[in-house]
Write a protein that binds this ligand. Structure first.
Ligand SMILES: Nc1ncnc2c1ncn2[C@@H]1O[C@H](COP(=O)(O)OP(=O)(O)OP(=O)(O)O)[C@@H](O)[C@H]1O
Length: 355
């Protein structure tokens, strides 16, 4: 990261106890998180949970009813007192690109650079277009570009004034899946190469995991967990996060000891201790990659659904009326509906919640 963006503060962005909403009441409340210099954070959650509302508060478009927002140690929002959006050094990229249709690509990127001398502005625009690989399209108009190219222009335009933080509001949702994946990785690389921090809003968990260092999972206006993607997947703090992040479902179990659970899938031992009394009834999280095929296993499960996906096949298995689970096998392990298949649980991370 560049020194230009590093202040003396441990965090670039600190959000403390934030609450805000609209005329009809608070939408988000008790929001806490902090983002490091050069880190990319994500607000992930279902539609209507308040992701864009938090982004608007960060950008300065929405007043706070409680809490505080600090950027590089400087307070930018308090209830009744807020730095105007244009003084925050925060850039924004929107879902619909929001480019100026009557301006060329180069003029769009240079739009916010009016204060620079013409030669300096041209140099800066050229550098930014090279960064987003659009140097050959500088004289085109937005309607002559693909969606992915337009979004690159929008990113270059947001980067031009050298913001401290970039806010990305569902920036890839108008693009097809393949382009979405490639562009999200490209944008990550560009932001990392410049050392610019960002907050991405998305409801796409794969995008959040691929692009972000830390992710907040939101529900009903609250952050349920703010963590690195690995922990969200393997150490979900509660049932909602476990269900929302990644695939998987729950099977019934009973605590045998602090790290051991008995279920119809056998005795499962994990690497994490809980303090349930012995005999506590539990729901055990089983992810499709927690199940392996084992010809020697005594446990067999019946195939009740099968979804072929090229290199892998997702199976739904049933052991009893109460115990069903998904398993992802390489597709050469080809079983037919109704077949009894020997399987074994291989779950290092044992995740369970009291029933
Ligand atoms: N301008 C507004 N006035 C009143 N209520 C609003 C306004 N904008 C959003 N809301 C309400 O605030 C809640 C959160 O909306 P928000 O747009 O922050 O959700 P979101 O998580 O970004 O959803 P999505 O993924 O669908 O964009 C919703 O119940 C929504 O109806």
């Amino acid at each position: 990261m560049t020194d230009k963006h590093r202040g003396d503060n441990a965090w670039l962005l600190e959000v403390d106890d934030l609450a805000c909403g609209y005329d009809n009441g608070a939408v988000v409340k008790s929001i806490h998180f902090a983002l490091g210099h050069g880190d990319i954070g994500c607000l992930l959650g279902p539609s209507g949970c308040g992701k864009s509302t938090i982004l608007r508060a960060l950008a300065g478009f929405l007043p706070l009813s409680a809490g505080e927002i600090r950027l590089d140690g400087r307070t930018i929002s308090l209830p009744g007192r807020a730095l105007p959006p244009e003084q925050r050094q925060i850039g924004m990229v929107f879902q619909d690109y929001a480019l100026f249709p009557h301006l060329t690509v180069a003029a769009n990127v240079g739009f916010g650079l009016g204060k620079l001398a013409a030669g300096e502005r041209e140099r800066k625009v050229r550098e930014l277009l090279e960064l987003v690989h659009l140097q050959d399209l500088a004289q085109q108009y937005p309607h002559e570009l693909s969606g992915g190219q337009q979004q690159r222009v929008a990113l270059a335009r947001a980067l031009a004034p050298e913001p401290t933080l970039i806010l990305l509001d569902e920036p890839f949702s108008n693009l097809d899946a393949d382009l979405r994946r490639r562009l999200s990785l490209d944008v990550r690389e560009i932001l990392k190469s410049l050392g610019i921090s960002a907050i991405l809003v998305t409801h796409d968990q794969q995008e959040a995991f691929a692009m972000c260092d830390q992710v907040a999972v939101l529900k009903d206006g609250q952050i349920l967990q703010w963590d690195v993607p690995y922990n969200l997947y393997h150490e979900p703090a509660n049932r909602f996060v476990a269900g929302f992040v990644g695939q998987g479902g729950f099977v019934p179990g009973r605590a045998l000891g602090p790290d051991t659970i008995e279920s119809e899938l056998g005795v499962i031992e994990g690497n994490r201790a809980y303090n349930w009394p012995q005999g506590t009834l539990l729901d055990v999280l089983i992810r499709p990659d927690d199940i392996v095929y084992d010809a020697n296993s005594e446990l067999t499960a019946r195939v009740i659904e099968k979804t072929f996906a090229g290199t892998s096949t997702l199976y739904r298995f049933r052991v009893s009326e109460d115990t069903e689970f998904d398993a992802l096998f390489r597709s050469h392990l080809d079983f037919h509906l109704g077949e009894q298949v020997p399987v074994r649980v291989e779950a290092e991370h044992l995740i369970a919640f009291e029933r």
